[in-house]
Design a protein around this ligand. Structure first.
Ligand SMILES: [Zn+2]
Length: 82
């Protein structure tokens, strides 16, 4: 059983890095709107990312990216358009 929040939080990294499709961004926003814990985490991550970006170039680890890409590919099939 995986909590919806786990996925949402992980996907935030793509969201923040601008690598996600428009559709995915909307979906995450929709979740964040309903979920206070994710919303708080998102604000936090967003702030951190922005701070880091101002100082230097940074990327999520290759391991994380690979994991996220697999997740997204798996999910892409089962619930489109909603
Ligand atoms: Zn959540």
């Amino acid at each position: 059983m995986s909590h919806p929040c786990d996925r949402a939080v992980e996907e935030m990294y793509f969201y923040l890095d601008g690598e996600m499709s428009f559709y995915r961004r909307v979906r995450i926003r929709w979740h964040l709107r309903k979920c206070d814990s994710c919303c708080g985490a998102f604000d936090f991550e967003d702030g951190v990312k922005r701070l880091v970006r101002e100082k230097s170039h940074t990327e999520p680890s290759p391991e994380l990216i690979q994991r996220l890409r697999t997740l997204i590919r798996e999910e892409a099939g089962d619930d489109a358009e909603r």
